[in-house]
Design a binder for this molecule. Structure first.
Ligand code: CTP
Length: 478
């Protein structure tokens, strides 16, 4: 049995695959005969494999996957290993990946831009202050164009610069101005690698979602032995290819899935100048929106007032009050998934005087000697109302902000609000609101999973995987 025949059989057989892809079974028989899938159908096959959790790694030699367009920028920094990046260029050039190369000043002490230009058959960029390039704002173009930036070899210097936000040359400016996935392949002396400063920069970058191809251990060019060796170019090349395959699969993981996310605080006015609200920053909800968008979902965020940039997603609707948030969420239904991250004010406060005199809420309440009282009016519970309605999305997820009995309280909310997954966090001592890190526990009906403290970006990544599992289970049960 050839490769493609094996894959088709794992995906359910000729008939099932033909039906899923809406093509004739004879076309699939043809693929099997030729042991080849046409590039126009590759994406659909990747998507189906990902949906059915079939590992396609062994079925596609890298060349075939390269039919899917991918743009990459290689930043070469200065070190003994700089010359090895020439081999990376040579390997990448064998594929259909569109490659640009930037060299730092120190890299040019080891290899020349001319050599890189000849190998890549394209201009190699070296200067932030090039009059010719900057007429087209080239550093921004170089930062925005690629799907992936590989820094190889990455020196302790570039790690320190990026971790601390320095932008004093073309390479560091591109890194700061980019939305692309960034991978570092460090190479340096073992003492430099183990230095507390480098290790702290490494940790900072990891926490910010930068990927690392870990350095090897062994004999170094400087005569010392230890960790810090540049991995073999072939290892880096293979890492990049499998990253591309994974990201291309992930980018369509939630294709055709609509997701509504509530985020941030809500605000309830007391009079024209006073209000009650809470400390929610919106960071966790926005990270989730970005992660799910990256994976192909159509995401709408309904956000209370926040002071952070909006996520890059289909739609962000700004609201103030709980009632406005509720109305807007309802308008977005039906949707496949609802994630309620917002810290919604449970009550509106209506000011009253002790003698119940009417206060005109259009005017600022004036200070008097008399005490002021508040009548509380309950706001709608957005999560619970929708989870129990006939508009209930397939998957409903809530966050449970607790200061004590965290798992127990979150589990009670999961049951009482009829949700599929409750994400519990300890909000005592302002541990979560406004922070970049979160320590959460995923609470299900019958079990739970405690995650260690990690960045909100990383929590979003784990949650996206869980949502995929929940959607797969939902489809199986349907
Ligand atoms: N929630 C909501 N609408 C509300 C209150 C809460 O949608 N009016 C959602 C939150 O977005 C969160 C979940 O319900 O996903 C739990 O919110 P939380 O503040 O932890 O709990 P409450 O239900 O408000 O209960 P309590 O304040 O008593 O802990």
């Amino acid at each position: 049995m050839n490769n493609i025949s094996k894959l088709i059989s794992l995906l359910g057989g000729t008939g099932a695959v033909a039906e899923k892809l809406k093509i004739r079974p004879s076309a699939i028989s043809n693929w099997k005969k030729l042991d080849k899938i046409p590039s126009t159908k590759l994406e659909a096959i990747l998507e189906l494999s990902s949906y059915l959790d079939v590992n396609i790694e062994n079925f596609f030699p890298s060349k075939k996957l390269n039919n899917l367009k991918f743009k990459m920028l290689l930043i070469i920094c200065g070190g003994i290993a700089s010359y090895k990046s020439l081999e990376i260029i040579r390997l990448i050039k064998k594929t259909d990946i569109e490659l640009d190369v930037v060299m730092t000043k120190s890299a040019q002490k080891f290899i020349t831009p001319l050599l890189v230009t000849s190998l890549n058959e394209k201009k190699c960029y070296i200067d932030l202050f090039s009059v010719e390039d900057e007429t087209k704002m080239n550093h921004i173009k170089l930062a925005r164009n690629p799907d992936l930036i590989l820094v190889a070899p990455a020196t302790a210097n570039i790690m320190a610069k990026f971790a601390n936000g320095l932008a004093d040359d073309l390479a560091s400016t591109i890194l700061l101005a980019s939305f692309s996935k960034i991978i570092f392949a460090p190479s340096m002396n073992p003492i430099m690698w183990n230095n507390l400063a480098t290790q702290e920069n490494y940790k900072t970058l990891l926490d910010r979602g930068i990927k690392f191809i870990e350095p090897d251990t062994g004999d170094m060019a400087c005569g010392e032995n230890g960790i810090g060796r540049f991995p073999e170019p072939k290892t880096i090349y293979e890492f990049i290819l499998s990253y591309i395959k994974e990201s291309q699969m992930l980018s369509s993981q939630f294709k055709n899935i609509s997701i509504v996310i509530t985020a941030g605080p809500t605000v309830e006015a007391i009079d024209p100048v006073r209000f009650i609200s809470n400390n929610s920053s919106g960071k966790q909800g926005f990270e989730i929106a970005s992660e799910l968008t990256k994976r192909g979902a159509k995401v709408t965020v309904i956000s209370g007032p926040v002071n952070i940039p909006f996520p890059n997603c289909e739609n962000v609707i700004e609201v103030k009050t709980a009632q406005e948030m509720f109305n807007n969420v309802t308008q977005q239904l039906p949707a496949d998934v609802l994630i309620c991250c917002a810290a919604v004010a449970d009550w509106k406060l209506i000011p009253k005087t002790s003698t119940n005199n009417i206060i005109d809420l259009n005017n600022k309440i004036k200070k008097t000697n008399k005490n002021l009282f508040f009548e509380t009016i309950k706001n709608p519970d957005i999560l619970e109302t929708i989870a129990k309605s006939n508009l209930r999305p397939k998957i409903v997820i809530g966050f449970s902000a607790e200061t004590d009995n965290i798992k127990k309280n979150a589990h009670s909310k999961l049951i009482s609000k009829n949700v599929d997954l409750m994400i519990a966090n300890d909000v005592s001592n302002n541990k979560v609101f406004g922070e970049d890190y979160n320590e959460v526990c995923f609470i299900y009906k019958d079990n739970y999973e405690q995650l260690e403290k990690q960045s909100k970006k990383s929590v979003a990544y784990h949650l996206a995987n869980k949502i995929n599992d929940l959607l797969v289970n939902f489809k199986k049960e349907a």
